[in-house]
Design a protein around this ligand. Structure first.
Ligand SMILES: *Cc1c(COP(=O)(O)O)cnc(C)c1O
Length: 457
């Protein structure tokens, strides 16, 4: 096979984006505002400031500026592991015997092993600039906590991480990476916070959830002088920082005159997907181009495909603002799926609005099918993918196989968000044939919907 396109498309350091792209500026239907849970009024920067850094609160509410400059210090940090390569999956194409052209944007080339570092460094930077002592956060699978620990170590900020208990137990090495970078790691729900004690009492033996770890981290931030809370997904500011993924992808594709037909990403809280697709959605919104965009979620936590589009709490303890999003209800605790990063009950309000407006599609996949794809990908492309990323691999492979059947030469781009070296317990379950698929019943979902706040619109 002649290879007119290189196996890996690398950009120059000088091609690293200088601005993040704020897709809200071009959306006709803006995401609904965050509401104060007490007054049900839209949150202002002032309302958000006790919890978030001021600059990040401003970014959270900014729906008018399409381009937000990336501070030089953050760009310099990005240069340690970016621009990230866009890879032509020649080996996978051959394996699948497909006429489709498959590309993936690889975000696993840093110690945290995922795209999360893109936002961690930005959030830590603004906290440092504001003169804070430290930050608190939650982590699911551990990637966000690891990324934040790295960013905080770099900027000499204190870092306190509440880690979802199931991951804390399944992934002791993640915990140790965080501690190596100087973070304090506590399993959640813990007995250290009021909300943690309450959840433990209500659901004895719970393995925790992101929603519940968020409540604990927020409580820890507001209870300590000089601390703020940071979140690694879901928020509009996080999607904004993650647009370096999509902007680099666009530059790399443009360099070789490649036009994707289809863009695929896994969706937990929606940050990598939002970051990858925002510049392409921008083209769609401005009428410049059209793409098929697919969000992939686990069948065990199907917020877009089976959730309700309504105002809901972002956390189990109901201390955060209300967001209008596709949600399974803040009380929904998904089964112990191995893709910890996809176990969140809700979805970014930007992604939710785009999905509601038909600009993107969503599908679910079951975890054994995901690991089959992960194993095939590892064997042919070499990279050992994270279980979360493998959701996108599964659908990219399925779409490429459809092309084999129809003969269509579609160009497929998917986000390979990270590596799976810390997910070997999950791989072990799969290799031993002990992995099960769990899909919540309608009755289970209805039960959790029933507890959602009754807010109009
Ligand atoms: C956290 C994580 C995800 C899911 O989070 P999003 O905010 O939806 O992007 C996906 N892949 C990896 C490797 C992750 O660490």
């Amino acid at each position: 096979m002649t290879r007119e396109i290189p196996y890996k498309i690398y950009l120059e350091e000088s091609e690293l984006p200088r601005h993040w792209y704020n897709v809200r500026a071009h959306m006709a239907n803006k995401p609904a505002p965050l509401l104060n849970p007490a007054t049900l009024e839209p949150m202002s920067v002032k309302d958000l400031e006790p919890v978030f850094c001021t600059e990040l609160a401003k970014q959270e509410l900014d729906e008018t500026n399409p381009w937000i400059e990336i501070p030089e210090e953050i760009r310099n940090f990005y240069k340690m592991y970016r621009p990230a390569p866009l890879v032509r999956a020649y080996c996978l194409e051959k394996e699948l015997d497909t006429p489709a052209k498959i590309y993936y944007k690889f975000e696993g080339n840093n110690t945290s092993g995922s795209h999360k570092l893109n936002s961690a460094i930005a959030q830590a930077y603004y906290a440092k600039k504001q003169g804070l002592k430290g930050v608190t956060t939650e982590t699911g699978a551990g990637q966000w906590g690891t990324a934040l620990s790295m960013a905080c170590a770099y900027l000499d900020l204190d870092c306190q991480v509440y880690m979802v208990k199931v991951s804390y137990e399944q992934k002791p090495f993640r915990r140790e990476v965080m501690r190596t970078y100087g973070a304090k790691v506590t399993p959640s729900p813990s007995m250290d916070t009021e909300v943690g004690r309450k959840i433990n009492a209500e659901f004895p033996g719970t393995t925790g959830s992101l929603g519940c770890a968020i409540s604990e981290a927020v409580e820890a931030a507001t209870g300590q002088e000089g601390y703020r809370y940071v979140l690694g997904s879901v928020l509009s500011q996080v999607l904004l920082h993650q647009t370096v993924i999509g902007l680099e992808t666009q530059t790399a594709l443009d360099k070789y005159g490649i036009r994707p037909d289809m863009i695929i990403g896994c969706a937990g809280g929606g940050s990598n997907l939002g970051g990858l697709i925002s510049p392409f959605v921008g083209e769609k919104l401005r009428g410049e181009a059209d793409y098929q965009i697919i969000a992939v979620e686990p069948a065990s936590c199907p917020s877009l495909t089976r959730g309700k589009f309504a105002y809901d709490f972002c956390d189990t303890g109901k201390v955060c603002p209300l967001a209008k999003m596709y949600t399974l209800g803040s009380g929904f605790i998904p089964s112990a799926n191995h893709a910890g990063g996809l176990r969140y009950h809700g979805m970014s309000s930007i992604i939710s609005q785009l999905y509601h407006d038909g600009l993107i599609e969503a599908v679910t996949v079951e975890q054994t099918a995901v690991f089959e794809a992960a194993q095939k990908f590892a064997r042919v492309e070499g990279i050992l993918p994270a279980p979360e990323s493998s959701h996108a691999i599964r659908v990219a492979m399925d779409e490429a196989v459809k092309c084999r059947e129809t003969g269509e030469e579609k160009t497929i781009v998917f986000g390979l968000t990270g590596t799976g070296y810390f997910d070997m317990v999950a791989y072990q379950k799969f290799n031993d044939g002990e992995m099960a698929d769990y899909i919540p019943t309608d009755a289970e979902l209805e039960k959790s919907f029933a507890d959602m706040p009754k807010v109009g619109k």
